[in-house]
Design a protein around this ligand. Sequence first.
Ligand code: FRU
Length: 455
Amino acid sequence: MSQPAPRAFRPKIHFTAPSMWLNDPNGLCYENGKYHLYYQHYPDDTVWGPMHWGHAVSGDLLHWEHCPIAMYPDELGMIFSGSAVIDEENVSGFGTDGKTPMVIFYTSHGDKERQSMAYSLDGGMTFTRYPGNPILENPGINDYRDPKVFRNPVKGGFSMVVSAFDRAMIYHSTDLKHWEKTGEFGPVAEFAGERYLWECPDLFPLKTETGEKWVFLLSVVYPENIGIHRTCYFIGQFDGDTFIREPGAPMELLDGGPDFYAGSTYWGTPQRLFIAWEAAPSYAGALPTGEYCGQMTLARTLTLKSTPAGDKVASKPVGIEKALDGADLGGETLPGECFVLRVCGEGEGSVTLYNQEGEQVVFGVDSSNHFYVDRSRSTVLSISETYERQVNQYVSLPRFEQGAWQIDGVFDISSLELFGDQGTRCLTNLLFPKQPYTSCKTQGNVQVFFGDLSE
Ligand code: FRU
């Protein structure tokens, strides 16, 4: 169990479990005005352990109501990450008395990893396991997990993408229970020659000006000596069986910040909504947060934006638009510990948020036209060896644009999410200053606007 927290780090508008450990978002779906957020949860300690699915619901993706734990480990193993489908046509046949089943897909992590399913007829509060589990046996691969199910617009029915060590396997079904393999994506050249582990794949279409393209999302464990975890995306097409990468389109990072992993998108929303675990798995268990450990990013809308470097996925945080649009030109004093910021700059320039203890975080655009964030002096607390190593890394992403720039951001006690150039370049960070940052200064041709979010 962790030590008491040196101060209250629990964010105001980012989701945390009531207590104990949390990792990946799971089973993201929208039904009857409610956004469901299930999550990897270990209710008996503040570090990773036998995985359950915790559960919360929200009407606006900012205010969450905690619900009872939805899934407990069973004879097939722990309940690893997965997804949800609202089975409106009742193709599964689980619906009785006219009730629409919510069907969830997850990995049973026992002596092997296999895919299983369960369904709920009470709005996602309690689940019945499918007696025919597992629905996909292990194909002889240790790491075989994180089923994400989506509608197949080409063949009808549903497809499922599952990560399988260094690639993804794709399956098709018409009744959600029987699955047939239709394709594979990967391995990819970017991760050749090393042991890169693929996790939490997702596959979905986004509109372009003339049609649509498909995006393949992947959370990747880089080799231990690099020790960083990232969520990447590829752009291409889905032919109904498999994902085909667009020739020449480079792999990109959905967010290049240090604390961003294992995200997934919602079922059942008109816009493509996404939430990630706001964490770096390598030090996620050593955070100084006391009775809870782990938080989610804000929900983000994903769209495709055309840039001079081609189509890129753009992320926009949900629910703070009004605060951003009404943001006022800021002075030296920060509006509090929960606020939005809009930074407009041209050329090399930076913003520093700091306090009298000498703790500070700096971000902006550097002399090579990269967005960057420097957390190296963000805290005087000693957190863990891995944290210390990573916190000293200079984190940056080349811009896709030239000229004037804008960064929108959300600061929430221990979290700073930054969205550069309309969200095509994002940097998400956890910060644990011993004392709150109170002040702001800028360098270069930069203006900062603040909007209070504490109400
Ligand atoms: C990603 C992950 C998933 C797995 C889950 C276990 O963080 O490793 O691949 O299903 O966490 O908690």
